[in-house]
Design a protein around this ligand. Structure first.
Ligand code: GLC
Ligand code: GLC
Length: 810
């Protein structure tokens, strides 16, 4: 069953039934100020960091689901309703939610009154704007009472939930005309406050939750709304909220627009006050003034639209398959921006208090985003590298507000360093900007201990070389990409975290995933050294890469697939000899992409084994057979029930590794089949089962061993976004940046007649037309630029201009 449809012309997903199988959300804001908004207007806002600077309160996993948000209540002659259906849930005559690129438009109608609200965060501003249009389509004059509502969070989202003995006493507000200010802790150590404003004189307000809602009422039936009377309450402690009250008269056919602004302000320490205990509102007023008319809001909205037009013009495809086109041209790229911004911090699954920016996560997110705004990617690479240690290791995560490594999460994830080589080389291939390598970047954020960025890459490379195990394979450390394969942990205490608990030393657990990763990005490192004339270093590094290839062939091959690891005791993991977990996806993906043993047929065999043992109706599962008992020497992986998460779930992030591997073998039909299986736009018609948004990827779909295969969880914040965009745009459609130009090397299903890609690359625009007259999967027979034949399929870097590229496969 479907709950809406794609409106590709407007680049929107349109939800026409509010009772989606799970809240279907969107993100507002792209730089500093962010909001999450569900299809019923639930969600919250924060400034930069969802943990440390949370503006509005949200209760995760509540009953009912998705409780709390920016809510409007309309009391129309004692019929009470909300334009987003929730929280009141009065049946509406019309409901529609349009999730677009960094905006959401929700429309509800009841008894001849329509309320449409456009939510967005204007570019370069610290606020969420909510433009409401009320239209009386009945034949009589209407007098309605409108209440706005949001609940403030006391800034630190974690403390807000668990330090109630303090927090019930600290809340402070100010009311100034139509602006309701939240200033808790402003008088002491904070230099920031928030406000909620409407551009119209109000007839009342509330700032104390209990006064507005009533102690035993719910959001769906606030006392003040039921009675049609605000309390004009001033919060002192307890739970401060912000609610405007407006009495509005609309003649038959009349419309009215209101602009609400939820804003955030920082003041200098010596400029905090207007007078004793009265906050300095200068900046708030300036911000309000920027959006105090519909015309100004419309102009800001147009700017946001142009911003996205420009971003999405860098890579577009016309394939004849609308489901593919809408993913590549709109939604997958959009999700890449969101994952770039958020890492794994805040979604409707990630609560925004635990997991700042991941070292490996953010490096990988970048490969789906770098073509959009390379300057921001560059800055991000430096931020990440600044949390690296001198020996090449890294903090596993860092906080976006402070940009400092987060000790609480632990370190020693031995794959982490290598991802920095991926992001850096990818950035340089996109831009040609080698100067990044010369930037002086601190280790562990210590400016006194800084070296060139190139030295960081070198440290990354040698971190693996310096941490090899008995088979010459990389030691796994705490865990590699799969956080849940904890081969040194041996935890028996349920209150310990697998991620941070003290590991046992003295073991020799090795990872075949890191081995494959090292061959891939070790080669990238070698190539980079050559590009910048470091020939001696290139040769030295090449030896280590070659050794790793040999080590994998000698001790990493199980007969029909690559092993996954050796455990603490040196026993095989992911071998036909094992009872459960005989084969794992990660090492098949990485060793295949690295083409280890390809001449001897290893890659083909490994990928055939993936098909045989790991593939299922909904995607490729992570391991097989699933673990059915806790294996203490494997750790968290074996704690999950079979078919979920890292225990034989379809952990979508790694499916594109297999897809890319398949394209390297030229098996375009297989690659395409895998691509479609987890791609959300192809799953729209099974939304009931799939549950999460049909416009974005989820981290995990339950696998074939699960109680209910095909059910997705953890939508939005997943490396799946970047990797699938990478796989489809660079390996299936096959347009990939190189240091010296743009390579065209598609690998498609035989049945495709052709397709077109427009790619902007270093100032030039290439209109690439691919024809497939001989129905092949792969192989460029002929390629010309503006009619001139090339003798390789690498289009050189060209001056600004538009070029027609004709490609014939065969
Ligand atoms: C989560 C983590 C990521 C990890 C993956 C697999 O998505 O954020 O770092 O690699 O799970 O365990
Ligand atoms: C949990 C999750 C896993 C994630 C890890 C790190 O183990 O299952 O997916 O990567 O936490 O936070």
């Amino acid at each position: 069953m479907k709950y809406g449809f794609f409106d590709d012309d407007n680049r929107e997903y349109v939800i026409n039934n509010p009772q989606t199988p799970w809240p279907w959300i969107n993100y507002l804001g792209n730089e500093d100020f962010f909001s999450l908004i569900s299809n019923t207007a639930g969600g919250y806002s924060f400034y930069k960091d969802a943990k440390f600077r949370r503006l509005t309160r949200y209760r995760y996993n509540n009953v009912p689901m998705d409780n709390g948000g920016r809510y409007f209540y309309i009391n129309d002659n004692n019929t009470i309703w909300s334009p987003g259906w929730k929280p009141v849930k009065t049946p509406l005559d019309k409901y529609e939610c349009r999730h677009g690129l960094s905006y959401t438009r929700i429309t509800g109608a009841k008894n001849g009154l329509e309320a449409e609200v456009l939510f967005f965060v204007p570019l370069k501003s610290w606020c969420e704007v909510q433009k409401m249009k009320l239209t009386n389509s009945s034949s009589e004059t209407k007098k309605i009472k409108l209440f706005s509502f949001q609940e403030w969070c006391l800034w630190n989202a974690e403390d807000d939930q668990n330090n109630l003995q303090r927090n019930f006493s600290t809340g402070e507000v100010e009311v100034d005309g139509s602006t309701l200010y939240h200033k808790t802790e402003y008088k002491e150590r904070r230099n920031h406050y928030a406000f909620y404003h409407v551009n119209e004189a109000i007839q009342g307000f509330d700032t104390d939750r209990e006064s507005f809602v009533g102690l035993y009422n719910e959001y769906s039936e606030p006392q003040a709304v039921l009675e049609g009377k605000p309390r004009n309450s001033h919060a002192h402690g307890w739970s401060p909220v912000a609610s405007h009250y407006l009495e509005i008269e609309l003649k038959a056919g009349e419309s009215k627009e209101l602009v609400f602004v939820l804003g955030y302000v920082e003041n200098d320490d010596n400029d905090k006050w207007e007078s004793k205990n009265v906050i300095n509102k200068t900046k708030a007023k300036a911000l309000i003034q920027r959006f105090d008319t519909s015309a100004k809001v419309n102009a800001a909205f147009d700017e946001l639209q142009s911003y996205w037009n420009q971003l999405l013009s860098v890579y577009t495809v016309k394939s004849g398959d609308e489901k593919l086109d809408r993913m590549v041209n709109i939604w997958n790229q959009y999700q890449c921006m969101v994952t770039f911004n958020m890492s794994r911090s805040a979604s409707f699954f990630e609560v925004g208090i635990g997991r700042g920016m991941g070292f490996r996560d953010s490096n990988q997110d970048l490969i789906g985003f770098v073509h959009q705004i390379p300057e921001r990617a560059r800055e991000r690479i430096i931020d990440i590298a600044s949390t690296q240690f001198e020996d090449g290791g890294a903090y596993h995560q860092y906080q976006p507000l402070t940009k400092r490594g987060n000790d609480a999460i632990g370190g020693n994830f031995n794959d982490d360093p290598l991802w920095l080589i991926l992001s850096t080389t990818d950035y340089i291939k996109e831009t040609g900007d080698f100067s990044l390598l010369d930037e002086i970047v601190p280790f562990d954020n210590d400016e006194n201990n800084a070296k060139s960025h190139f030295e960081h890459l070198k440290a990354s490379f040698y971190h693996v070389v310096n941490n090899l195990g008995p088979h010459g394979l990389p030691l796994i450390g705490r865990a590699d990409w799969n956080d849940c394969l904890n081969l040194n942990c041996f935890s028996t205490n349920p209150n310990e975290s697998f991620q941070t608990t003290e590991n046992q030393s003295g073991g020799s657990a090795e990872s075949l995933m890191i081995a494959g990763l090292f061959v891939m990005y070790g080669r990238e490192y070698v190539q980079l050294c050559r590009q910048i004339g470091k020939e001696t270093e290139a040769e030295a590094a090449q030896v280590h890469v070659d050794n790793m290839v040999q080590a994998v062939i000698k001790d990493g091959w199980d007969g029909d697939w690559y092993l996954r690891a050796y455990d603490f005791y040196g026993k095989k993991v992911g071998s036909a000899e094992n009872e459960e977990g005989k084969i794992f996806i990660e090492s098949q993906g990485w060793c295949s992409m690295a083409e280890i043993g390809r001449e001897a047929g290893l890659v083909e065999k490994a990928l055939d084994s993936v098909k045989e043992h790991l593939d299922c109706d909904y995607g490729i599962v992570l391991n097989n057979p699933a673990f059915t008992r806790y294996v203490v020497e494997y750790g968290e992986i074996s704690t999950y029930p079979a078919g979920y998460k890292e225990n034989a779930g379809i952990f979508c992030h790694n499916n594109p590794w297999i897809i890319i591997g398949e394209t390297m073998l030229g098996r375009g039909d297989q690659a395409w089949e895998y691509y479609k299986k987890i791609c959300p736009s192809y799953l729209e018609s099974i939304s009931d089962l799939h549950k999460t948004e049909p416009y974005v990827y989820a981290q995990m779909i339950s696998g074939k061993d699960a109680f209910k295969p095909g059910e997705a969880k953890n939508s939005w914040l997943t490396g799946t976004a970047a990797w699938n965009f990478y796989a489809v745009s660079r390996y299936i459609l096959g347009v990939r940046p190189q240091y010296d130009g743009l390579l065209v090397d598609p690998c498609i299903p035989k049945g495709w007649k052709g397709f077109e890609v427009v790619r902007k690359f270093r100032g030039a625009t290439f209109k690439i037309k691919v024809a497939n007259p001989r129905s092949v999967n792969k192989g460029v027979a002929k390629i010309s630029v503006d009619g001139k034949l090339l003798d390789t399929n690498l289009i050189p870097v060209m001056p600004e201009g538009v070029y027609n590229v004709d490609v014939v496969l065969g």
